[in-house]
Design a protein around this ligand. Structure first.
Ligand code: SF4
Length: 530
């Protein structure tokens, strides 16, 4: 594995190093990059940040945040925006007009380094033209590259890691007073980002972090070395945050953690909670039941659980707690037991299929999505055929598929048997052909039913339509309707399906019973090709 990014412990390094920047490419901003729209901020105390360090009088400055990577980063960016707004900053529409540009980085995706440094190179002329503009880099790549960021991009003012976003005001003040780049990377989390103020992307939905870090060591993943060991928030703190969010208009929360269903084990280990309570549930199942008692909270989702830690009480909670949605993201990664071993994923394909069977039999209408990596080092044609077999039997309702590529700092880089890109790509295309067919079949089964939609806003491709999500997280577009306002719950009759979305219309008819997908055992018995 990579050297631990935080081994140096706290390192606040003002540096005057000025080296020529490389020109690592010119990637364009991805559509998924986040521009913070104007929504009401949630105000919470800036715990852990000395109030005296918060810049005073910064009332007319503006900021722009670009988010790379996963939902955890989306959540962190909402917090970074909240911290900046508490300091008096206001959103700007683009980096050019902003007084402060923050890149919240990701180290997981392919070419993450090139993308970051490419985008940073675009900021160099802006910084030269506007020397007072502050350039900030935070998140996973900052945790990994540390001072390397300002060595490659000396126009960066502040670098912070995955554990110290709350220090942003102090670091900005320091960069201001010293006129030098400031780098601070911590080894351990001092406070949960969720304790920071937030500026949410949409008014009715919030990300809620329940744990950070990970105790596993999957060989393709750099998260444990960048986010550290798993640390769970206290249940009472999570519930208090969710209640405050609901009071602020939130109707749906997504609980976030690298491994949500091991939530609380570290609290038990440290003796901070006594372990399973009188109902003998895991703490994650207990959390779901507790959130089910919050009036006004319409929907609870969570991501991501680890198959090895999944317990039946969580399936039962998904069936019994009305506001917990029938949506399960269960990362398979590979259907080959040999490759799962090389990935250091400790479940096997049959255990995974048993979980899918239990979920489909326990939770009526559940939709199951997954992550799959194609072309992991050593993957043979036989291993890949195993993946296709498991995917076909599991009949995922949606799948996120990835071509394996080397990620510096992961153990997989050192494994033998790396495949040539053409082979990986050919397998990837075969897999996506299958997952698209399964998604289309799953969506087709919903046609003719009436389902509850939470309206998100106008369709991104057709403004005459509004878009919303079913409880199973299916994307549905409906013609504009007075009831279909952002944040509203409406009923929609589903009329047409594709592999990615459904078309429907708003109706006053009651919702139908959810329509699910047959479990793997039933599909095998029905002669699904294996
Ligand atoms: S469980 Fe998830 S976050 Fe943890 S090491 Fe594995 S892939 Fe990474």
């Amino acid at each position: 594995m990579a050297s631990h990014a935080g081994q140096r412990g706290r390192s606040t390094v003002p540096t005057s190093s000025r080296v020529a920047a490389g020109s690592p490419g010119e990637p364009r901003p991805r559509p998924a990059d986040t521009l913070r729209p104007a929504t009401a901020p949630v105000r919470a105390p800036l715990e852990g940040v000395p109030q005296a360090a918060i810049l005073s009088g910064v009332t007319s400055r503006t900021y722009f945040i670009r988010t790379f990577g996963c939902q955890m980063n989306e959540h962190d960016s909402e917090r970074a925006a909240g911290v900046l707004e508490t300091m008096g900053y206001r959103p700007a529409p683009d980096p050019e007009s902003a007084d402060l540009v923050l890149f919240n980085t990701c180290a997981i995706r392919e070419n993450a380094d090139n993308k970051l440094y490419g985008q940073l190179s675009h900021l160099k002329p802006l910084k030269l033209a506007q020397p007072d503009k502050k350039i900030v880099v935070g998140g996973c790549l900052a945790q990994k590259d540390q001072a390397g960021i300002v060595e490659r991009a000396p126009w960066v003012d502040v670098v912070y890691g995955t554990h110290n976003m709350g220090a942003l005001p102090r670091l900005l003040a320091q960069a201001d007073s010293e006129s030098l780049p400031v780098i601070e990377i911590l080894e351990h989390t001092e406070m949960f980002p969720s304790a920071l103020p937030a500026r949410r992307e949409v008014a009715h939905h919030a990300w809620v972090s329940i744990s950070i870090g990970c105790d596993n060591a999957c060989t393709f993943c750099i998260v444990p070395s960048l986010r550290g060991p798993e640390k769970s928030r206290r249940l009472g703190d999570i519930v208090a945050e969710v209640k405050a969010l609901v009071a602020d208009g939130v109707r749906e929360v997504t609980l976030l953690g690298q491994n949500v269903n091991s939530y609380g084990r570290d609290l038990v280990r440290r003796g901070e909670v006594a372990g399973p309570g009188p109902r003998n549930r895991t703490l994650f199942a207990e959390l779901l039941h507790t959130l089910g008692e919050i009036d006004g909270l319409e929907r609870v989702r969570f991501t991501s659980p680890h198959p090895k830690d999944f317990t039946s009480d969580v399936f039962a909670a998904m069936r019994d707690v009305p506001n917990v949605c029938e949506q399960l993201h269960l990362p398979l990664q590979s259907g080959s037991d040999r490759i799962l071993r090389r990935m250091q994923r400790s479940y096997r394909s049959q255990r995974f299929l048993d979980l899918v069977t239990e979920a489909r039999e326990t939770i009526p209408g559940v939709a199951i999505s997954t992550d799959i990596i194609v072309g992991f080092p050593g993957e043979s044609e036989e291993d890949f055929a195993d993946t296709l077999r498991v995917v076909e039997l599991a009949a995922f309702d949606a799948a996120f598929t990835f071509e394996y590529s080397k990620r510096p700092g992961t153990a997989a880089v050192e494994l033998d048997g790396h495949l040539d890109p053409a082979t990986v790509n050919a397998r990837y295309r075969r897999l996506t052909e299958l997952t698209r067919r399964l998604s289309a079949e799953s969506n087709q089964r919903q046609v003719g039913t009436v389902q509850e939609l939470l309206i998100e806003g106008p369709s991104k491709t057709d403004p005459s339509r509004m878009s919303g999500r079913t409880r199973t997280n299916r994307l549905v577009h409906v013609p504009r309707h007075p009831a279909a306002q952002p944040g509203a719950l409406v009923h929609a009759r589903l009329l047409e399906a594709t592999s990615h979305y459904l078309l429907g219309e708003v109706t006053e008819d009651p919702c139908d019973e959810p329509v699910g997908t047959p479990p793997p055992a039933a599909r095998a018995a029905a002669g699904v090709p294996q």
